[in-house]
Structure formats: structure tokens, C-alpha cells
Design a binder for this molecule. Sequence first.
Ligand code: S3P
Length: 429
Amino acid sequence: MELTVKKAHNLKGTIRVPGDKSISHRSIMFGALAEGVTHVTGFLAADDCISTMHCFEALGVEIERLSETELKINGAGLKGLKEPSVVLDTGNSGTTTRILTGILAGQNLFAVMTGDASIRKRPMARVVEPLRFMGAQIWGRGGGTYVPLAINGSTLKGIRYDLAVASAQVKTCLLMAGLLADGETILTEPSKSRDHTERMLELFGARLSIDGNRYTITGGQQLTAATVDVPGDISSAAFFMVAALIAGDSTVNIENVGVNETRTGILDALDAMGAGIELANSSNLSNEPRASLLVSARQLNATTIEGDLIPRLIDEIPIIAIAATQAHGTTVIRDAGELRVKESDRIAALTQELCKMGADIEELEDGMIINGPTPLKGAHVNSHGDHRIAMSLAVAGLVADGETTVEDSEAIAISYLEFEGTLAALIGG
Ligand code: S3P
């Protein structure tokens, strides 16, 4: 599929973005392991979370879809998952693959898991290795580095483990395994990654002790079914924030966006660039804060993005790179080597594709240097099979001369089915 975008000067309107992907995945996982019926609203019904849903259905969990975005999950209990008769397909989803590995390792079943071409290249040793310290029996390609993974559930024991990189997927995998294990599991991470799991553990009645970036969980605690209202995904909102900032005379109001501070690095980075985004209607539901974001076109300045800020905006770096091409000065992004092992090698993909549009961008091993502002020109660019690259390039097309065609745009369905429609409504708005 291809998505063609033309220059736009005036994006106007009030929009909502679909549910948060991280929270949607977790709502199914927690609902599946809880006692009782969990009710989910605002669920993200895009491909990644549907992969999670299908995996849990294959594990014997009954999930009722009341509407596109509303689910009822009949909890199977902490160790109540059933042995699947099929290979579990995690699709494009690193979150599903990594967290599910930890959940399956402590169940009484045998399971095999694989995914698409991108997932088959992504590193799994970061979860397999610590799970093996807990006593897990896992086999996989490259000694457990890549899927397919085969997992023979066993009795796990708690460990102390220091994560090498800040990763919510690894942290969550080990917290879930810790919940299923005997004794205490103590984790540390080098800087704080998104904390949706910690918040959801509390919502489902489990005790977790948090001391800075140190987490302690005791095994055997039951989860109790809860109501989860999923806020809009700030990672999806980010495309329209940047679109509104750089396209002519735009003003866009994005309602009900999750503004958990472990995810709002994008707001801090854009603020440092002079974006002046206003927050309104703040509230808190299901232990997750949310607000409306009011964004108007602004002259942006360059910034430096590094260190502890990186995990707070890791998924937004592609769209920040687009903003940087239109900002005055030199934007430096570093300490972001994790981008090389996302759905695509996002550093290589962005550099390659933005060069085609005339951007001044240099690749670093762990980031990028972008000089701006540069007039972009329409081009044929490619998503590299990565939803966030596809949507970022489409936004770049809004400020490029002529027409921009994003090839392999079907990747957008991984996280945002309505992206093209919402963009068209704002352009027409
Ligand atoms: C996610 C965590 C992040 C993020 C991914 C979703 C999650 O990955 O990039 O899109 O839901 O836990 P890492 O934990 O590997 O950094």
C-alpha cells in the first residue's frame, strides 16, 4: 500500500487518538491472569494488540468483544493459562513477545512463540537470560536470542537482577515472572522506563515496592479483576502535535491523551524547542493521568535529546526528527542506540528516507544530528515496514514541496488504523 501526502498549511480541529498501545496490551495480560471479569474501555483495536488478544485466546482465555474498543476478559487466574494447541503468533509486537515469555515461563504448559519478519530479528536474550536465572526452560534460535522460542513452563524462583538497558518490556516480563515465582524478585534499571505495569499492578490489587529505579515484588500474589479505561496514546498524538507545529497556520486540540510522566518526554522536548503546548482538562482514571493537548504552529528551535529523557520519548524520536528538520539550529539526539533494535533500525531508516526528502541529517551510532530548517521536497519514501516511520514520513510530507508517497504504508495498521482519516479531517478542517 501507498499513502500520498501533499503540502498542507492549515490543520484545524479537535481530535481523539486511539487507545494507548502499552496499556491495551497490559489490560489483556492482567485481565487474563486475574480472578474475575475485567472490563476494558478505550482498547486499541490495532494489529499489535489484536496479536496479544489472539495469543491469550489460544491460551484458553475467554475474551468478549462488546464493541471495537470495549472488552470483557474472563480471568483464568495467575497460573490458569491452558496449553495452546497452536504456535503463538505475536505478529510485529515486541511487547507481546517479551512479556508473554515471562508469563509463559511460570505456567504449567508448553508453548512455542514466533512472529513476523521484524520480530524474528529482534533481540530476545534480554528476557531469556534473566528468566533462565529464575529457572525457566526456554529454547530458541541463537541459543535463545531470537524467536521462535519454545517454553516449557516450570517453577520459577525470585532473583536479583540489574537490567542493562532501561526497558519496560524487560521490566514487565520479569515482574510478571516474579509474580509467578517463589520468593522475592528485585530489579533495578539504569533509568526509569514507562511505568504502566507498576500502575496496573496496583489497580489489580498487587503489592510492588518501588524505591527510585528499584522494584521488589513477592511471588504468589493474586490479581483481582478491575476496570481499565485506556487513555489516548501520546505516541499516536505525537504525529499530530508535530504536524500542527510545523504546518503553516495550524491549531489542533487532541483530547484525552495519556500524560503519564514516564511517557511525556515528547512534551518536554517540544517545550524545549519552543512549542508552547497547553494542557487542559486533566483527570485520572484507572490509575493513569490524561489531559487535552492544545497545539498551534510555532517557530521551533533545535534541542539536545539524551540521557534519562530517552526512555521517556523513545517511540517519539522518529517524529521529533521530522520537527528537527524544521527547527532553527542543530538538534542532537544521542544515547538512543535502542532505536536500532525497534520495529526497524529507526536510525538508519530515518536517515535514509529523510535524505531523499532533502533533509540535513547525519547518522550516529546511537542517534542523529539534524540541521534545520531545511525546505523538504516531496519524494517516494519507504516505511521499512515500521508504523512509526510511515506516519513520521507522512507528516514530513505536509511541509514538503510537491507530493510525498510513503510506500509500504500498511505498517500503520500496527498501531493506528484511523491515521489517514484523522489527518484528512484535519487538513479539511
Ligand atoms: C513498550 C516499551 C518500549 C516501547 C514499546 C512499548 C511497552 O520498549 O518502545 O513500543 O509497552 O512496554 P522497551 O521496553 O524495549 O524500551
